[in-house]
Design a protein around this ligand. Structure first.
Ligand SMILES: Cc1cc2nc3c(=O)[nH]c(=O)nc-3n(C[C@H](O)[C@H](O)[C@H](O)COP(=O)(O)OP(=O)(O)OC[C@H]3O[C@@H](n4cnc5c(N)ncnc54)[C@H](O)[C@@H]3O)c2cc1C
Length: 377
């Protein structure tokens, strides 16, 4: 019997589990994956996420994995380069660790704080009593049956969340996404910047990651994805080279390391993140298109908001339902502008000016969110 079972052990799950264990709860964390392992995601942790890693005492560990701390950011729109002023605080910036590195580090940190971890365990269903979720049931890697019980089951199991489906979590403010693309890692790519670029060919994201490599994402409309898939290397190169002569030169200088990783659009959505005996966090509860590279930061933010609410509710400081309603309201208020701007970019119809305006709104919304994240610690 645990106080909480967290399904999913990546950005949202391991962070929530660790924060709950630090507040004195008995926590089991379960994932069908084993760690270290990869997932489809580029890597940029924006300043809000960096603030949280520092607050949790984990930023130095992340930076010790040979990943750069980046202070500068460049946006290229129709070939015109803009370098927004860097964060006013010298200690702020972004970092883009590989998910093989970050997710393992977060899970290890949760276990160090006393969480029990079951890797290679797939949750197939939730167990319920009188309409309240009371546990999980599933199987291990060799098919053996596994089950566990808790006061609360937390779904941190990603956008296609089994927990959300099992409880029928209400969905709202669903918005279209039209992006699709591929990314790969390059060595010899000369940059110290995080970059985003848009034109009528699509969008590009460039993230300096571990061990001197650079993650280069190139996306375009999902309608063109079948053509893209027929020539991934050529299309990826053509999109990047179309953005600016400087990026074309970087592409020529770089050498691809390893295969391409593909991704295609899933609509953005908010889900009601709590009910009797259950809660949702990270992409399971609020999913936005990855075009703005902000899901990890928001997973950290919601881990912190949810852990505070669950600890207050289960610890008796506040009625649990009220605490969880407070979590939902705060999450939605802090997310709305970022979400709407992101989904406007993700509804990309080939007009880079529309994307540019949405990107400007995104920048303002993220600056506001970053200040709030800094304040709630
Ligand atoms: C192409 C792409 C690029 C992106 N780039 C960025 C970026 O640059 N910056 C950024 O901040 N965000 C980015 N994101 C978004 C980011 O990856 C997500 O927001 C983030 O991973 C959400 O973390 P999470 O912990 O909620 O879920 P996930 O990372 O999806 O983890 C869910 C975990 O749950 C486990 N799980 C699922 N179902 C079960 C089950 N039934 N039983 C047991 N375990 C289960 C899975 O194995 C998985 O480990 C990108 C996403 C994509 C697709």
């Amino acid at each position: 019997m645990y106080d909480a079972i967290v399904v999913g052990a990546r950005c949202a799950g391991s962070s929530t589990a660790r924060l709950l264990a630090q507040r004195g709860l008995r926590v089991l964390i379960v994932d069908r994956a084993t760690f270290p392992s990869d997932t489809v995601s580029t890597h940029c942790i924006t300043p809000g996420g960096v603030i949280q890693l520092r607050r949790w005492g984990l930023l130095d560990r992340v930076l010790a994995t040979n990943v750069p701390f980046v202070k500068d950011f460049m946006v290229t729109m129709n070939g015109m380069e803009f370098a927004p002023p860097g964060p006013p605080d010298e200690t702020l910036g972004s970092t883009s660790p590989r998910r093989t590195v970050l997710d393992k580090l977060l899970l290890d940190a949760a276990v160090e704080c006393g969480c029990e971890s079951w890797e290679g365990v797939t949750v197939k269903e939730l167990t319920c009593k009188d309409g309240t979720v009371v546990g999980i049931a599933g199987h291990g890697e060799s098919g053996e049956a596994v089950d566990a019980r808790a006061d609360m089951v937390i779904g941190a199991d990603g956008v296609h969340s089994l927990v959300a489906r099992a409880v029928g979590a209400e969905e709202y403010d669903k918005r279209e996404s039209r992006g699709a693309g591929f990314y790969a890692y390059f060595s010899g790519w000369p940059t110290t910047l995080v970059e985003l670029a848009f034109n009528d060919q699509g969008g590009v994201g460039i993230f300096p990651t571990n061990d001197g490599q650079v993650c280069v994402f190139a996306g375009r409309s999902v309608d063109e994805f079948p053509d893209y898939k027929r020539d991934v290397e050529g299309t990826h190169r053509a999109i990047v080279e179309s953005m600016s002569p400087r990026l074309a030169q970087s592409m020529r200088a770089g050498a691809r390391e390893g295969r391409f990783h593909g991704w295609t659009a899933v609509p953005g959505v908010f889900r009601r993140p709590f009910g009797p005996g259950w809660a949702l966090v990270g992409d399971a509860g609020y999913y936005k298109d990855p075009v703005t590279g902000h899901g990890i930061t928001d997973a950290f933010r919601d881990a912190e908001l949810l852990a505070n609410a669950v600890a207050a509710g289960l610890g008796g400081a506040e009625p649990l339902d009220e605490a969880l309603l407070g979590y939902q309201r705060r999450r939605d208020d802090m997310s709305r502008d970022v979400y709407h701007a992101t989904q406007d970019i993700a509804a990309f119809d080939g007009d880079p000016d529309v994307a540019g305006q949405a990107f400007a709104r995104f920048g303002l919304a993220v600056a506001q969110e970053t200040m709030e994240i800094a304040a709630f610690g």
